[in-house]
Design a protein around this ligand. Structure first.
Ligand SMILES: Cc1cc2nc3c(=O)[nH]c(=O)nc-3n(C[C@H](O)[C@H](O)[C@H](O)COP(=O)(O)OP(=O)(O)OC[C@H]3O[C@@H](n4cnc5c(N)ncnc54)[C@H](O)[C@@H]3O)c2cc1C
Ligand SMILES: NC(=O)c1ccc[n+]([C@@H]2O[C@H](COP(=O)([O-])OP(=O)(O)OC[C@H]3O[C@@H](n4cnc5c(N)ncnc54)[C@H](OP(=O)(O)O)[C@@H]3O)[C@@H](O)[C@H]2O)c1
Length: 458
């Protein structure tokens, strides 16, 4: 296993529960990945004020509820503590080798992978490593996260800027790593990083002026609806057809939130359910107060000046690109796994189409939290590795993956951030159905072979 963030942890648990021999390698000195503020691994994108935007009940693992005294949307330190508690409760650290980076993962001719590992005890990742070893494994589970490698605008915005340019990945607070108080700051993007950072800098007395550049409108959802976290259930029953649900949701948005154009934002060019949700209960107030000013797409940089698609020009001290992340696997050669523009086709968003000794956990972008989905994915991987679940044949995996991808690309706005979108409830239901089907395949195969496994029931 590579990585002991939220998704890796639940996989360590599922595989250990299935009595598999598991070894997880973790670059950091602790579990929790992205949720460890200033994580020693240098990969965390958490800022000091970060709170989850998927509510506690949506995000918690099904077999380890978050403490009842946690608020609906806890801050990063409580979330990091929760993952540490999860690891402690199930003794997962025994399976994790910390301060160990997987540098290379090379397929072996006989199946499985050869890993080259570097060990960083007493120094930090990135510094010359103290030792390097090679170890072989029959199967590899990858949970290295996909929100740590900054994606900058491609192609770069025209011109050159003489002020400070940074990516949201590096942002910690208005003072760190760069002094932004009293400055004029442009934030680029309409995702959740852009909302949080623009709102924080736009708080009275922080930045002098914040601009928010949107190349596309987004339905900015509040964190609460009807007095409850917005992701906790819906008043629209599930038997209502999707198109009607969409229309009702948009009607609700119009009544409860209003028209985004009235806040200076572009009108979304898509329906509410056609983009990864952008949530903020702060940004519209900041826009309405003038502390944040909405701008269309940034098209040119010229010294201290920035030009926008409507021809307007502003002078700014800093640009923060909240333009998302790249999906990267530095340990794989391009002949093994090579995502193209963040796109990596996987059966059930878990299994590569051409091999059974490799799987991915948490490599998805759900409408809803990733943790319970990763928990379900990990259980299925454990069943595959113990033989109680059997994958469909290669042609069937390819056919279904192509169909699901076609549906996803048809539904979502074309964007590098919409290459692995999942709908929370639908996905959990489809995993459950596929688990039942794959167990039946495994039983039939065992029965045909007349092996003792024919009697085995999961
Ligand atoms: C600012 C921000 C806020 C977010 N908020 C939410 C939210 O509210 N709800 C939600 O569901 N999701 C949220 N996400 C998505 C986020 O990706 C998940 O919450 C979660 O962190 C994913 O867990 P993970 O284990 O897949 O990845 P990570 O948390 O990134 O963990 C990956 C782990 O793998 C290790 N690793 C990486 N490469 C190697 C290697 N080569 N060798 C050894 N170890 C390695 C890392 O050290 C790390 O510990 C947010 C993302 C960001 C950036
Ligand atoms: N509070 C929280 O819990 C929280 C906070 C931050 C992030 N997150 C999560 O972390 C993940 C990453 O979020 P993110 O906001 O960092 O990234 P993101 O969701 O990928 O959003 C990137 C934004 O930048 C825009 N963009 C990309 N390239 C651009 C370019 N060249 N020029 C102009 N705009 C460009 C995108 O527009 P298009 O749509 O047009 O591509 C999009 O609006 C998401 O899962 C998010 O939910 C959660």
């Amino acid at each position: 296993m590579i990585g002991a963030g939220a998704c890796g942890l639940t996989a360590v648990k599922a595989l250990t529960d299935a009595r598999l021999s598991v070894q997880c390698f973790e670059k950091s000195d602790r579990v929790g990945g992205n949720w460890v503020f200033k994580n020693k691994n240098g990969l965390s994108s958490a800022y000091r004020s970060l709170h989850i935007n998927t509510s506690r009940e949506r995000m918690q693992f099904r077999d380890f509820p978050m403490p009842k005294h946690y608020p609906d949307y806890p801050k990063h330190d409580l979330i990091a503590r929760y993952f540490q508690d999860y690891a402690d409760a199930f003794g997962l650290a025994r399976q994790i080798r910390f301060e160990t980076t997987v540098e290379r993962a090379v397929p072996r001719a006989e199946g499985g992978f050869r890993l080259t590992l570097s060990h960083h005890a007493h120094d930090s990742p990135g510094s010359p490593c103290s030792s390097s070893t090679v170890e072989d494994f029959d199967a590899l589970v990858v949970a290295n996260g996909h929100h740590w490698d900054p994606a900058w605008p491609e192609p770069a915005i025209a011109g050159e800027f003489s002020g400070l340019e940074m990516h949201s990945h590096a942002y910690l607070d208005p003072d760190e790593p760069h002094a932004l108080r009293g400055k004029r700051v442009l934030v680029v993007g309409m995702g959740n990083s852009a909302m949080d950072i623009a709102s924080e800098l736009g708080h009275p007395g922080v930045a002098e002026q914040v601009f928010l550049a949107a190349r596309r409108g987004a339905w900015v959802l509040p964190k609460y609806a009807f007095g409850k976290p917005i992701d906790q259930g819906t008043v629209i029953p599930s038997f209502v057809p999707a198109r009607v649900r969409r229309a009702l949701a948009e009607l609700w948005f119009r009544l409860a939130v209003g028209r985004l154009e009235d806040f200076g934002l572009p009108k979304p060019d898509h329906h509410l359910d056609q983009a990864h949700p952008t949530l903020s209960s702060d940004i519209l107030t900041k826009l309405g107060s003038g502390d944040v000013r909405a701008k269309p797409a940034l098209i040119e940089r010229d010294g201290e000046r920035v030009r926008f698609a409507d021809g307007s020009v502003e002078t700014v001290d800093a640009i923060i690109y909240a333009t998302g992340y790249k999906v990267t696997f530095p340990f794989f050669g391009t002949d093994v796994v090579a995502p193209r523009a963040n796109d990596l086709p996987l059966f059930l968003r878990i299994f590569p189409l051409d091999r059974e000794d490799l799987s991915f956990v948490g490599l998805a972008q759900p409408v809803g939290a990733i943790m319970p989905l990763a928990e379900a994915q990990a259980k299925l991987i454990a069943e595959l590795l113990t033989g109680t679940y059997e994958l469909p044949n290669g042609a069937e995996r390819k056919r279904r993956t192509e169909r699901e991808r076609a549906e996803m690309f048809a539904r979502y706005v074309p964007s590098r951030r919409h290459t692995m979108q999942l709908d929370y409830e639908e996905y959990l239901a489809s995993l459950a159905a596929e688990t039942r089907a794959g167990r039946a395949r495994a039983r039939h195969r065992a029965a045909r072979a007349g092996s003792p496994g024919a009697e085995r029931r999961p």
